[in-house]
Ligand binder design. Sequence first.
Ligand SMILES: *Cc1c(COP(=O)(O)O)cnc(C)c1O
Length: 385
Amino acid sequence: MDDKLMLMIPGPTPVPERVLSALAKHPIGHRSGDFSKIMAQVIADLKWLHQTQNDVLILTASGTGAMEAGIINFLSSGDRVLVGCNGKFGERWADLCDTFGLRTERITASWGQPLDPDAFRRALEADTQKQIKAVVITHSETSTGVLNDLETINRYVKDHGEALIIVDAVTSLGATNVPVDEWGLDVVGSGSQKGFMIPPGLGFVCVSAKAWKAYETAKLPRFYLDLGKYRKDAAKNTTPFTPPVNLIFALQAALEMMKAEGLDQIFGRHLRLRNAARAAIEALGVPLLVRDAAAASPAITAVEPGHVDSEKVRSVLRQKYDIAMAGGQDHFKGKIFRIGHLGFVSDRDILSAIAALESVLQDLEYPNLPVGAGVTAAAKVIMQW
Ligand SMILES: *Cc1c(COP(=O)(O)O)cnc(C)c1O
């Protein structure tokens, strides 16, 4: 039953009916007063979601476009940047910095391990000449399900004083606390198909006053992604280029749903889903990729089934139960599968997914599988919450 497809991947994530209906409306002129009213509301609501007074700019781009904008607008060729690399996305930002001629220094940890904040502290403390202009951190590393310790790393960036903190919050925003103003995060990038509960196509960049100061002297070329243009037009509740009008309708509806649920409730729900998924996998005796719960992303749980091919698990889940889970990327392909629990995901969804997974592992003759233990453990987390 393809119409019953259940997306348990970390993006695109499931879209609520109310948001789908908003998408289906006839587009309106993006220079109209009606559209400006919607823009005013979504800009205010985006600030609420980011817990900030800073600008939050809306781009027609995926999350990578938002991150590219968030990097190139504030730096010049030859600038020294530290990039945290412990998965696919961190490596992408380092490659992006290389492409633009920045002096990129990778601070690495193996895939599945969190970044070591002390490695950042050492590099920043050693930089007495204040040559490091930015530190780029992927908060929730979606390729492995690691949640990096942004709060601590950011504290070292603040002690350095000069460097900007540029954050990939694509799968942490709307899933866990990212208090932009409280922590003083300079640039925060995200994308619509993740915690926002809307289809792919919009990127968001949140920019601090300190970053705008760097913008004035930054020399990397920029045109479509020149954030100054977006800032100027956002002040008039418009955009410099034609926005995907229907995605803005969807964004308006999704932000209204998020406000009705409340930030603490949203974060609590993601934590519960993560804890339920982890408890279930542990009860089944199947290894979790991220052993330490403190470093586990609230958006995604990676499982390393060892005895069985993870691609086989995924294909049987898809065929028998119409559930899509994500595979491993690069050298993790075939080794892990990833359960997405980001955005419009409920307790019932996680119970269904765990029950189906147990059935598939049983079918694939996973050794010594205590059938039923996963659902029992997940249900316990949910009912005792
Ligand atoms: C999805 C994702 C992105 C953006 O990827 P796009 O395909 O460009 O939307 C960036 N970082 C992380 C951590 C992601 O999960």
